[in-house]
Design a protein around this ligand. Structure first.
Ligand code: ATP
Ligand code: SF4
Ligand code: MG
Length: 321
């Protein structure tokens, strides 16, 4: 993927592939993905369930369980070093302080046996963080943090409070990059907007880069600066946000944006189950071909590469020129 200037790039992943062992050989879950995260931007990663958003975001810092047999290839350049070449002992301080994550399920991210204050310190590896700093960080995420909150266990929190605590833990060491993987999918609709607004206000105040993973076009449209659309473990389109919504180029992007406009007209959400087909990345031709309204014969045989278009856009489709 191209960028305006390397000087403004915070992180650059090139030719990233993640594969898992399957009967008959390794299968690519992420296939030759290149992305750039620029300083102080909100980069949206959009894609339906199973498209590879979580695997991609975790592969940037090799954040997989130690027992995982996923293999990550490619490079991830951050502050002049390739994160994929670092040893675990060199990578973990970067995960603790510079590239932080917020996940979908707050209760899975919290240690059920540790009090909130204790786990905020454990998460960043900095036992010297003062109560004052913990309180001010909790206030940043809208939690009125008396001493009693630091002394609570996770099961004593509501889901909304738990997710705010997770965001506080993520921003506590002032990371340069926050990766939020569907951070509001566990909370109810009334809280979603509040939590996303909080994230964005912290991102702006701290000039931090935010990768916001979502399958919700409204979230993408409202909060993003640039967007990457994933399908079947590959990027199919990347674009500045306004250009994307004004004129989505890839047939899949068009379907998504059209479905959203139709849903808005009829005041009902698109049928997400209808979209929730896990594409088969082993498909010989274009992975989107079975669902593509403009597919041609060659789309069954050959997989398209990313092509550049005007206005810093890239699209994976033969049939647009
Ligand atoms: N450890 C693993 N081993 C094998 N396959 C995996 C593993 N983890 C995920 N997958 C598969 O990789 C694909 C991408 O998964 P991923 O979790 O990244 O999707 P996603 O886009 O984040 O979906 P969702 O929106 O549901 O969170 C899916 O087909 C999933 O089943
Ligand atoms: S390459 Fe062919 S099948 Fe794939 S999106 Fe383009 S037109 Fe559709
Ligand atoms: Mg996911």
């Amino acid at each position: 993927m191209t960028s305006t200037s390397d000087a403004h790039n915070l992180l650059k992943a090139a030719n990233l592939s993640v594969s898992a062992p399957m009967p008959g050989g390794r299968r690519a879950l992420i296939d030759d993905v290149s992305i750039t995260v620029r300083e102080s931007e909100v980069l949206i990663i959009l894609g339906e369930s199973g498209s590879g958003k979580t695997i991609l975001s975790r592969s940037l810092t090799r954040l997989f369980p130690v027992t995982s047999d996923l293999r990550v290839d490619g490079s991830v350049t951050f502050e002049g070093q390739d994160l994929l070449r670092l040893r675990e002992g060199e990578l973990s301080p970067i995960r603790r302080r510079k590239i932080r994550y917020v996940f979908q399920e707050p209760m899975e991210s919290l240690n059920p046996l540790a009090r909130i204050g204790q786990q905020m310190r454990l998460a960043t590896g900095d036992q010297s963080n003062s109560d004052t700093l913990l309180h001010s960080t909790l206030r940043l995420v809208g939690l009125d943090a008396g001493q009693e909150l630091l002394d609570l266990y996770p099961h004593e929190l509501s889901i909304g409070m738990a997710q705010r605590v997770c965001i506080a833990m993520a921003v506590l060491p002032s990371p340069t990059l926050l990766i939020a993987d569907e951070p509001t999918s566990a909370v109810d609709a009334s809280l979603r907007r509040k939590i996303l607004d909080l994230l964005i206000s912290i991102q702006r105040d701290r000039m931090m880069s935010l990768v916001l993973i979502t399958h919700d076009l409204d979230v993408a449209r409202y909060y993003g600066d640039r967007i990457i659309v994933m399908y079947g473990g590959k990027i199919v389109e990347s674009a500045p946000l306004k250009a994307f919504f004004d004129n989505p180029l890839h047939p899949y992007s068009r379907q998504l944006v059209d479905a959203q406009s139709t849903a808005q007209k009829h005041a009902s959400p698109p049928d997400r189950n209808a979209e929730a087909v896990t594409p088969d990345v082993r498909h010989q031709g274009c992975a989107f071909q079975p669902r593509c309204p403009i597919a041609e014969n060659k789309c069954k045989e050959t997989a398209p590469d990313m092509e550049q278009f005007a206005g810093e856009r890239e699209v994976r489709c033969f049939c647009l020129k």
